[in-house]
Ligand binder design. Structure first.
Ligand SMILES: [Mg+2]
Length: 224
């Protein structure tokens, strides 16, 4: 299925796994962990990938859960929550790359004056990811949840999205939210009545949830 973005009054994109490749970055992060911490040095590459991916359900890494599980198996892993948080996000922002063609795609959206922005869960590290992937200046606005004060799927962040798109809640049915996480991106956008496009990355949409309006494999099915 392809979607013409010019059919909408406003469009909002998730960042991780929508425009930039967090999956590939997480693989690289696993290798950095093996190199940087003695306690993981006996892992083969495959063992490291299996162990760390096992802590990364639905490609969404929870620092607290991850750290607890690591310490259960490796009591010598001595980072505290804040140190591990900083290690994780600093390294992820260094290794992450945009999907092929995303820069040109965003340039085209700007050239065609599409009303759009990026809405992402996370902290100031999200801006570092944007800068390190060369996507700075390729959007009209970014909302990072920990700076704004509410995360997806809370209604507040979608209402702020409408405001930053210079629209009102009356326009909500003409706004498209595009993201890969059913439980944050899609549920939240549906809760205020936005249209939704889910990036499947080859997965099935969870059967217990209201389906999105569109299912696409990746951003390349978005036309302008
Ligand atoms: Mg995402």
């Amino acid at each position: 299925m392809s979607i013409n973005l010019l059919n909408f009054k406003g469009v909002a994109f998730d960042l991780d796994d929508t425009l930039i490749d967090r999956k590939k970055a997480f693989d690289k992060l696993c290798m950095r962990l093996v190199n940087d911490f003695e306690c993981f040095s006996n892992f083969s590459e495959q063992e490291a990938l299996d162990f760390f991916w096992g802590l990364n359900s639905y490609n969404s890494f929870d620092i607290n859960f991850g750290l607890t599980e690591i310490k259960k198996r490796f009591p010598n892993f001595d980072l505290n929550y804040q140190e591990f948080y900083d290690y994780y996000y600093k390294n992820m922002s260094e290794v992450i790359e945009p999907y092929d063609g995303v820069k040109e795609f965003l340039d085209k959206l700007i050239e065609k004056k599409l009303n759009f922005g990026i809405v992402t869960n996370g902290s100031h590290y999200q801006y570092e990811k944007i800068n390190n992937t060369g996507l700075q200046d390729k959007y009209n606005f970014v909302i990072a949840s920990e700076i704004f004060g509410h995360s997806k799927p809370k209604k507040e962040i979608y209402i702020e999205t409408i405001r930053q798109l210079n629209l009102t809640l009356e326009d909500v049915e003409n706004v498209l939210f595009i993201g890969d996480n059913p439980y944050t991106d899609i549920i939240g956008a549906q809760s205020i009545g936005m249209l939704t496009a889910w990036i499947s990355m080859g997965r099935e949409y969870p059967k217990n949830l209201d389906p999105p309006n569109y299912i696409i494999e990746n951003y390349k099915e978005l036309e302008i």
